[in-house]
Design a protein around this ligand. Sequence first.
Ligand SMILES: C[S@@+](CC[C@H](N)C(=O)[O-])C[C@H]1O[C@@H](n2cnc3c(N)ncnc32)[C@H](O)[C@@H]1O
Length: 365
Amino acid sequence: MGRVAELAGVSVRTLHHYDEIGLVRPLGRTAAGYRTYSADDVERLREVLAYRRLGFGLREVAKLVDDSSTDAVAHLHRLRGLLLERRRRVDAMVAAIDREIEARANGLMVTPEEQLEMLGVRLYDAIGGAYPATRRTEPRIAAQIWNALGDAQTVLNVGAGTGSYEPGDRDVTAVEPSAVMRGQRPAGSARCVAAAAESLPFEDHSFDVAMAVSTVHHWGDPIAGLREMRRVARRVVVLTFDTDEPGRQDRFWLTRDYLPEFAAVLSEFPSLAGMAEAIGARAEPVPVPWDCADGLFEAYWRRPGAYLEDHVRRAMSVWTRVGPDAEQRAVRSLGDDLRTGRWAERNSDLAGLDTADLGLRLLIA
Ligand SMILES: C[S@@+](CC[C@H](N)C(=O)[O-])C[C@H]1O[C@@H](n2cnc3c(N)ncnc32)[C@H](O)[C@@H]1O
């Protein structure tokens, strides 16, 4: 035990504790009665310590390592994905620190929001609590996604969140890296694995289809994640959006007239053509109904007053990405235009439309 503790960089007390709570329970004993660790015990301990270092609580770690459907290689894949996610967060934290150092050197004010941003909290662990208020299944978008799933029986839902678009009549496995989002999945929903798209803890061709809805733009490496989906499933279905089209910023009045900062958010996102090419996909438009039930960023294109509501914006990551200054300015300016009738005047062509093409696309490979 002493040797294992030394090699693993933990105290003997920690190992005793893991033994007592049944997390890592070495059964071997020397002639003198000391505990000995088998190769399997060491492997399990390694997984326990790795998940602990990633911030999982003891109870969650126990569930992860006791999952009989996950072997050592699957654990390695999952750990790899979670670490890539963490690396992205650390990079973002370093960048935020650099920005703050520069701002302070130039005598600029740093807002409380900017100061907290450097903590690099995983976006959905920070904002996910607001999600269920408005983010629900939109039946017409669901029908288009389910149609693309074809006759698939086994479905992997990557970046699953609360499971809005999981088909109820198939065998679904969900993947979701945010503990907050996993915790909000309704009772009785599909089994959910803590992992990230960039390194899926599954064998090649494990599923008939892998789907991903409104999530690719959050991944640290979207192309790597899409290739992973391609590897583990025979068919891939992805709801994302088109950033290739010139003038894409002008497609939606909200970004055109009130939120020019959205262009910078999009600039980091890979092109639709690049994503399609990575997995050999074709793209089909996904129209947004005027009364869209899923409160995604584009959902309220004919109901502009909704964007003035705090709880509506809190369930859309765009607002967190552009920052509080841009958000407050956009909301103020939209509010003014709604009061004066300027919005209605500028957007009179929308009144008669039932659906709008705002750049949402379904990639099918
Ligand atoms: C806008 S939500 C979409 C959730 C769900 N697919 C839906 O349509 O309601 C985006 C989700 O992507 C997840 N996500 C972020 N980074 C991810 C990654 N690297 N791999 C997989 N999912 C990720 C977030 O935690 C969040 O739950």
